[in-house]
Design a binder for this molecule. Structure first.
Ligand SMILES: Cc1ncc(COP(=O)(O)O)c(C=O)c1O
Length: 392
């Protein structure tokens, strides 16, 4: 069958490809230490599971009405934005509930991008942004984060990337895969560049609750009136509440774009499962203590893995400021190993040392690899021991 140009040009997700290869080795009985996971290793908190279960038992098994999200959840989302991010959204007209954060982002690209529009994308970036932009006819303009700036971009770099075709800017802090986060004054500095300009900001805030060192998280839309009017803010149950498999996320922004995204959703997925929406409403408005327990565990593990990796000659690892990833530069080892880049590095590491990491190439930084520390301290130590042996 002849596939469409868009489908044939689409890349498989690098993260899923690594997981598949690691699973294949594990299936042969090989003990693989995986740093590939893009999800918390904790179970969904009990009271959230219970809310989903109660909704199922109560017959919440039909289409969600409206498809864009049930009223109590939209209200819980609006309350979350106000309480945690200082953002005022009208629950009825400015909030959309989606099948994970991923669907929300896809719908946003579909709602705003026309053929040939440019999307400014700081690297390193989450692997799906360029593919989702391309599927909707957009062209990514990649801006390389500075290694000396923990891979963050500067206002000057953002300014230099803008052309008269620029339609959108993708902002992700705390960052997957970089593990860095923009401080409030840095968010303001970047937002200043876009002040008065007709550029939509997609602010991916999936990791807003997973921040380290007492840092303050700042939502892009909270910077100014102009930023608020030109930003779509994204979040999900996935990372904060360890709900990746429930497939539920949400977006908020100007009513016209939320309406367009909701129309697109009504013709594609019809939204997420009704009982899952009840579970997320409970997650957002209920007891938050397990969010803090998970955050603390990630903070300890992040500091530990970073310290251990930096002790290995040839690896330079910036300390993570949020999310649950470290993104070390391993390029000094490429010559010695005779590998051409992060894909070959990761593949040799998996085959020879049985350690799974994600190549940075898919995130626009071939010098680096991503290690998720959403795994136990014991696994972290076992895996890093193997990496150290591999690079001896
Ligand atoms: C930066 C970022 N955005 C969006 C997503 C998608 O999240 P979800 O699983 O809710 O679709 C992820 C998940 O890995 C992510 O890391």
């Amino acid at each position: 069958m002849k596939l469409s140009r868009r489908a044939s040009e689409l890349k498989e997700s690098a993260t899923l490809a690594v997981s598949a290869k690691a699973a294949q080795l594990a299936g042969q009985g090989i003990d693989v230490v995986s740093f590939g996971a893009g999800e918390p290793d904790f179970d969904t908190p009990e009271h959230i599971k219970q809310a989903g279960w109660t909704a199922l038992e109560g017959g919440e098994t039909k289409y969600a009405k409206p498809a864009s999200g049930i009223r109590p959840l939209k209200q819980a989302v609006a309350d979350k934005f106000k309480r945690e991010n200082g953002l005022e959204y009208d629950a009825n007209s400015q909030v959309l509930v989606t099948v994970g954060g991923k669907e929300a982002l896809f719908l946003a690209f579909a709602a705003i991008i026309d053929e040939g529009d440019e999307v400014i994308l700081p690297a390193p970036y989450w692997v799906s942004y360029p593919e989702q932009a391309a599927l909707n006819g957009g062209r990514s303009v990649v801006v390389q984060g500075e290694v000396s700036n923990s891979y963050k971009i500067t206002p000057d770099q953002l300014e230099a990337a803008i052309t008269d075709r620029t339609k959108a800017f993708v902002f992700n802090s705390p960052n997957n895969p970089g593990g860095f986060m923009y401080e409030p004054d840095e968010v303001e500095g970047l937002a200043e560049v876009l002040e008065g300009r007709d550029i939509v900001v997609l602010s991916d805030e999936m990791y807003d609750r997973i921040v380290f060192g007492g840092r303050e998280f700042k939502s892009w839309a909270g910077v100014s009136e102009h930023a608020y009017e030109n930003t779509i803010t994204f979040n999900a149950g996935s990372k904060t509440y360890s709900m990746t498999g429930w497939r539920i996320g949400y977006a908020a922004g100007p009513a016209d774009v939320i309406k367009a995204m909701s129309n697109l959703q009504s013709q594609t997925t019809s939204g997420t499962a009704t009982f899952v929406q009840h579970a997320l409403a409970t997650a957002l408005s209920g007891d938050q203590s397990e969010v803090e327990t998970m955050r603390q565990a990630f903070e300890e593990r992040g500091a530990h893995i970073c310290r251990r990796l930096n002790a290995i000659s040839g690896i330079v690892c910036p300390e993570p400021a949020g999310a649950f990833y470290v993104f070390p530069d391993v390029s000094e080892c490429y010559d010695k190993l005779g590998v051409s880049g992060s894909i070959e590095f990761s593949s040799r590491l998996l085959e020879e040392a049985h350690v799974a990491v994600v190549p940075g190439e898919a995130s626009g930084m071939d010098d680096c690899v991503r290690l998720s520390f959403a795994t136990s301290m014991e696994n972290i130590d076992r895996g890093v021991d193997r990496i150290a042996d591999f690079l001896k």
